[in-house]
Every structure is written in structure tokens, then in C-alpha cells.
Design a protein around this ligand. Structure first.
Ligand code: ADE
Length: 251
């Protein structure tokens, strides 16, 4: 899968994604991540890509043409008039006005071979170019960042780890928080006893069916306690509720 990030700060994106699991996936050729500097398409000697706002208001707005040219540069063959080809890559604009990223959304994005992620800075980007190239706006939460770069890295990280071969095995993410609509159960490693706290007995029992059930019910319990909004979307049976309330009694 290929990601093309259109940004004024390519180094920020490459530095972040060059490390760890995503960096290794890129070295292995499973992913390719390019960060395109919008300033390279300024069309002037100073690399100026922004201007003051029409209609008043403080700050500067990124102009259409550099963003448009940066986008064209990652689209492959232009159409006969030098414009956007009909088979253009899917383009996401990182914006606090977008739909908030969810695990489901990230999974949906894995279906694309090529994603273009556009990052705004300053006051934002002229609406006319957004209307022309962007397929969807995405936000990473209800707060405002200084620019879209960190948000783009979050999207790429979250989407990439679901691509086969990026994580050591697929189960690694299938059982995680959010993947099944509820949070992951607590996890434990050696030693068996630490600060007089023992690992739950079932976890060292070797009984895989019991361990699986323990994880499921404790995952549901934690979801009920921490994210009741998520539980509302699940159809919890009365049997399961009984088990969840048992945990509550034992605490
Ligand atoms: N740019 C600024 N704030 C953002 C947010 N919350 N999500 C995505 N892009 C942003």
C-alpha cells in the first residue's frame, strides 16, 4: 500500500513514520510512504504558498495552485488536458471538521492501494482546491492541532498495522481493543507474583477455552466501566451480564 502525504513539513512525517514497526514494514516493501513538500510547487522563488484571507480575518491561508500541483504530482499520468486523471487516488484532508477516525474507518481505508493525505497549516486551505481533489475529511478527535501532520501519522499508523505482514501475526490486532467493538482485557507477564499481586489463576491454567472466555468477559467488564457508549452498540446477553456483574462483586 502506498501513502502520499502532501505537507509543508515532510521531515516531521518521515521522521515519525521511519521508526519502529511502520519503518520496518517500509524497509520490507510492504508499505511505501512518501512525504511531498507542497512548497516545491509554489511556483515562486521564495516557496511562498499562502496568502491573507479574503473577507478579513487573521492569519494566512494555503493557496489552491501549490496544493493542486502537489496532488497532480502523486496522481500518475495526468488526463489529456494536464488535469486530474479519471482513476485518481483516494484523497483525505486532515481537518478538525472531518468525521472522527475509528477502527472501522481505518479498516475500510485498507482497501485502497494508494491513499493521498493532505495536511493543512496556518488558517487552513482555500476551499476551492479542497472541493476539487478531496474525497473525505478526517479528524483524529474533537480538539485542534497546529497542523494535520500528526493526525496524518496517526491515520497511517492505524491503517498500516492492519495490512498483512506489518504486524508479526494477524491475531496480534484481531483481539485488541476496538477490533471486536469492545476493549481488550487486562494482560499479564512474568513474574507470577509481583508486589504481592498474583496473576489471575485462569491465565496460568493452560486451559485455552477458559482463558478465551476470561478475556472476553473481562474485556466486556472494562468496556462497561470505561466506555459504556461502546457497550450500547453490542447486544449483551443476560448470561454475559451475570458474568460481568460477578466481576463487579469480586472487586
Ligand atoms: N488538524 C488540526 N486539528 C486536527 C484534528 N483534530 N484532526 C485532524 N486534523 C487536524
Amino acid at each position: 500500500m502506498k501513502f502520499s502525504v502532501l505537507t509543508l513539513f515532510p521531515k516531521q512525517v518521515k521522521d515519525f513514520l521511519g521508526e519502529s514497526i511502520i519503518g520496518r514494514a517500509e524497509e520490507k516493501g510492504i508499505l511505501s510512504i512518501e512525504a511531498i513538500d507542497i512548497r516545491d510547487f509554489s511556483g515562486n522563488r521564495y516557496g511562498k504558498v499562502d496568502d491573507t484571507l479574503f473577507g478579513g480575518g487573521t492569519g494566512m491561508l494555503m493557496q489552491c495552485e501549490p496544493v493542486y500541483q502537489a496532488f497532480l504530482s502523486v496522481c500518475g499520468e495526468a488526463d489529456t488536458e494536464g488535469g486530474i486523471p479519471s482513476k485518481k487516488p483516494h484523497c483525505i484532508f486532515m481537518s478538525p471538521k472531518g468525521a472522527v477516525l475509528t477502527q472501522e474507518k481505518a479498516r475500510e481505508l485498507t482497501k485502497y492501494d494508494h491513499l493521498v493525505i493532505l495536511c493543512g497549516h496556518y488558517e487552513g486551505i482555500d476551499q476551492r482546491v479542497l472541493d476539487e481533489i478531496v474525497d473525505e475529511d478526517l479528524s483524529i478527535g474533537d480538539y485542534v492541532l497546529t497542523g494535520g501532520e500528526v493526525a496524518a501519522c496517526v491515520v497511517i499508523d492505524c491503517v498500516s498495522r492492519m495490512i498483512p505482514g506489518v504486524l508479526p501475526n494477524e491475531e496480534a490486532y484481531e483481539e485488541e481493543s476496538h477490533m471486536q467493538g469492545y476493549l481488550e482485557a487486562p494482560q499479564y507477564t512474568k513474574p507470577n507474583i509481583w508486589h504481592e499481586k498474583a496473576v489471575p489463576e485462569v491465565m496460568i491454567s493452560g486451559n485455552h477455552a477458559k482463558i478465551k472466555e476470561w478475556k472476553r468477559i473481562h474485556g466486556l467488564y472494562d468496556t462497561w466501566k470505561r466506555r459504556p457508549d461502546m457497550l450500547e452498540k453490542l447486544d449483551i446477553s443476560s448470561e454475559d451480564w451475570k458474568k460481568i456483574l460477578e466481576i463487579e462483586k469480586d472487586r
